[in-house]
Ligand binder design. Structure first.
Ligand SMILES: [Fe+2]
Ligand SMILES: [Fe+2]
Length: 234
């Protein structure tokens, strides 16, 4: 049976999973798309890792890192994060800062040191042309290389308010087209092994995503006058 990991603060033991839940709830409050995207990336990454035969503790680490991989988007302005259409170079620099912002957030907590390294490198490319450090090949943590494949597949195939997601077939083709330049061949090989599992996995994941606990009703605030507007649910 898996042992629970705790953080001890004075006389209080805090479960590490409760901390993770708080972080992803903050993310959901800030950017619901990134929250649902991260749920799917976590499931896909775990399935790839299982096919690779990794050990359960290792898979759990990948699961947590995948849930948190884009947490740094908390620090990216809405105008850039949800900008429809083409991003300019300044926008790109702001978006790309999310890897390091995520790393800076997570490394503050000792049990997240390894997770923070995985998050830092989830946009590195196998050919060394990625960011933030431009490391390549096996220098990129294997966990980051797994998340990179799952992340790109979901980014291609998921719907955004300003565009529909592309088909799974286009997603599969894109991953394979960039095998060996953007993506690690070993990970692509295992991604290809699980192709048939992906559609039901994503459907199951989308069905289980319900409104997360970040929603608040402001009517509970003292001295506030409740504004009643037809057709608005508070
Ligand atoms: Fe990312
Ligand atoms: Fe992502």
């Amino acid at each position: 049976m898996k042992k629970e990991v705790f953080i001890k603060i004075k006389d209080i033991n805090i479960k590490i999973h409760d901390v993770i839940n708080i972080i992803i709830t903050i993310l959901d409050a800030r950017d619901p798309y990134t929250y649902t995207h991260s749920e799917r990336v976590a499931e896909l990454s775990v399935r790839i890792a299982e096919d690779m035969g990794l050990l359960p503790d290792h898979i759990e680490k990948i699961h947590i890192a995948a849930h948190l991989h884009d947490v740094g988007k908390i620090g990216v302005p809405d105008t850039v994060l949800n900008k429809p259409g083409k991003l300019n170079d300044v926008d790109m620099i702001q978006i790309q800062s999310h890897s390091r912002i995520g790393y800076n957030i997570l490394r503050e907590l000792a049990p997240f040191q390894e997770i923070s390294d995985i998050v830092l490198h989830h946009h590195e490319r196998y050919d060394g042309r990625g960011y933030p450090d431009g490391i390549k090949g096996e220098d990129i943590p294997i966990e980051s290389r797994i998340i990179a494949v799952a992340d790109s597949f979901d980014a291609i195939t998921s719907d955004r308010p300003y565009r529909n997601g592309l088909s799974y077939e286009v997603g599969f083709d894109e991953i394979n087209k960039h095998n060996g330049d953007q993506f690690c061949p070993l990970i692509v090989e295992h991604f290809n092994n699980i192709l048939n599992d992906i559609p039901p996995l994503i459907n199951k994941c989308n069905d289980s995503i319900i409104q997360h606990s970040a929603f608040v009703g402001h009517e509970e605030l003292l001295h506030s006058r409740k504004i009643i507007m037809p057709n608005i649910v508070y």
